[in-house]
Design a protein around this ligand. Sequence first.
Ligand SMILES: NC(=O)c1ccc[n+]([C@@H]2O[C@H](COP(=O)([O-])OP(=O)(O)OC[C@H]3O[C@@H](n4cnc5c(N)ncnc54)[C@H](O)[C@@H]3O)[C@@H](O)[C@H]2O)c1
Length: 250
Amino acid sequence: MQNFDGKSVFITGSGSGIGRATAVRLAASGARVAVHDLSTEAARETCDMIRGAGGVAHEFLSDVSDVAATRAVVAAAEAKFGGIDILVNNAGTTSDFCTLDEVTEEMFDRSIRVHVRGTLFTTQAVVPGMKQRGGGKIVNVSSISGTVGNPMATTYNAAKGAIAALTKGWAKELAPFGILVNAIAPGPTITPMTTNRLAPEYFTERAKQIPLGRWGTAEDMAGAIAFLASPDADYITGQIVSPNGGLVIT
Ligand SMILES: NC(=O)c1ccc[n+]([C@@H]2O[C@H](COP(=O)([O-])OP(=O)(O)OC[C@H]3O[C@@H](n4cnc5c(N)ncnc54)[C@H](O)[C@@H]3O)[C@@H](O)[C@H]2O)c1
């Protein structure tokens, strides 16, 4: 495991799933974690898990698409920790799963607000502090929907594709400031986002299409995020790393 002693990390949507697993993993490796979420209860639960294991965590609450509220919690986290070294833009919601002709303006706006507006303006809030500190690491959470597309997922594909494009542009723009920007593009992953929505039989059927024969876990994703956030990835920027069990090989 990597060593994150002395590092402060801000993780959006870390009250559940991939965000929580990342928070727990980085805290276990020495990071102080700003656990950000929409849900007070979920954020508190993650903080309790981290503190219970002897780590350092504080909760910060906002809807990531509310720019003013998210700027305020980023400022509060910077004040609490003396700066943010690592940002993980993870907060997200599931796709609406419908055909192209069924997509509504509301579906489009909801997906873009949370994923694109959230990622963009949280990053805008964190970057000035990183520049002042001489660098930082940003890991965005895209999806295979954003890299190879999925049927019945128009608004989600659009949002996750935008996150992949933002990652590449920011990697070039922020490299002179020592800020490295990468993304993970998870394949099918077992988290509340999928278990709350999909029938158990779907997991079995889908697993048959995955060369490694199983769905990803939140911990699989946390491992890839931890790698990209660590000094082991100091020469990697602008890349989309896709933990997907071999489902997508480009
Ligand atoms: N689970 C998968 O199969 C899968 C695959 C590819 C990508 N992803 C992406 O991974 C990320 C994490 O998803 P997960 O599977 O862990 O889901 P999850 O539902 O378990 O966790 C998502 C967390 O984000 C929070 N959140 C949602 N909207 C928010 C908002 N507007 N402001 C602040 N917090 C908000 C939720 O409260 C929740 O705690 C998402 O961006 C998702 O799109 C997931």
